[in-house]
Ligand binder design. Structure first.
Ligand code: SAM
Length: 240
């Protein structure tokens, strides 16, 4: 699967995503509250927002007193993140699957990667880079599509494989085909535990109450079966 297709999809969606993401139920009342809850106190903390999109997480975290650097594959998303956060934060174009040369060793207290790792086939380099840039005891918080949800949604017959999948999104402007990788639960956890992290908390989230009036059907479904999974992993102390 080509990175170009993912990039093209987000370049096409960027404006609509930016306009809607503050109140879109799956983002505002499902992913964000559950993912933010996994972060420690961020005041004065240095945070890397990996695949920052239009900078909504960065905005929330900087309002809480954090120092945020964000990057994204999509230049339009990076421009929107800069516009959303005038005069604060640092944002640049970068591919999650490439070495993070601009970020120093042990320079971050927290790395956040919300709803983006499923665009990467092989997580090992990315997680190793998150580990390198984090201080000892630093926290990595990720949110991803729940592996069991994806197995059902994509009607997979090969649970144990990492396989390319695609679906059409209709919620951010005109329909757009979004390509990603579905993987088993073990392939979500072993890149973390195998690269110097321990899993501190794993959340199968439920939507918050604001979700219900906006989208009662998905509110009911998400209370019966999770679509996302949020993880807090901690960089083990000791020699790296
Ligand atoms: C669903 S959006 C999430 C954005 C943001 N984290 C949020 O939750 O609001 C996924 C983001 O991942 C970005 N992305 C996809 N593949 C990427 C890659 N290889 N490197 C960096 N960013 C990527 C997209 O451009 C998009 O902005």
């Amino acid at each position: 699967m080509s990175k170009e297709k993912i990039l093209a999809a987000y370049e096409q969606m960027a404006e609509a995503y930016n306009a809607l993401v503050m109140h879109k139920p799956h983002n505002a009342y499902y992913d964000r509250p559950n993912t933010l809850r996994l972060l420690p106190n961020v005041k004065g903390k240095t945070i890397l927002d990996a695949a920052c999109g239009p900078g909504v997480y960065a905005e929330i975290l900087m309002d809480l007193g954090a120092l945020v650097t964000g990057f994204d594959l999509s230049p339009k998303m990076v421009d929107l993140a800069i516009q959303r956060n005038p005069g604060r934060g640092t944002f640049f174009v970068h591919d999650l699957s490439k070495p993070l040369e601009r970020i120093g060793d042990h320079s971050c207290d927290i790395v956040l990667c919300a709803l983006a790792l499923h665009y990467i086939e092989d997580w090992s380099m990315t997680i190793k880079e998150f580990h390198r840039v984090l201080k000892s005891g630093g926290v990595l918080v990720i949110s991803i599509q729940h592996p069991f949800y994806e197995f059902n949604f994509f009607k997979s017959k090969k649970y144990f494989e990492i396989e390319p999948v695609k679906c059409t999104w209709r919620g951010f402007g005109s329909p757009v085909e979004v390509h990603s990788y579905r993987r088993p639960l073990s392939a979500c956890l072993s890149p973390l535990t195998g690269n110097g992290f321990y899993i501190d908390e794993l959340v199968e989230p439920k939507p918050s109450k604001e979700f219900e009036p906006l989208d009662p059907k998905h509110f009911r479904e998400l209370n019966e079966f999770p679509a996302f999974m949020c993880i807090r992993a901690v960089k083990r102390k000791g020699p790296t």
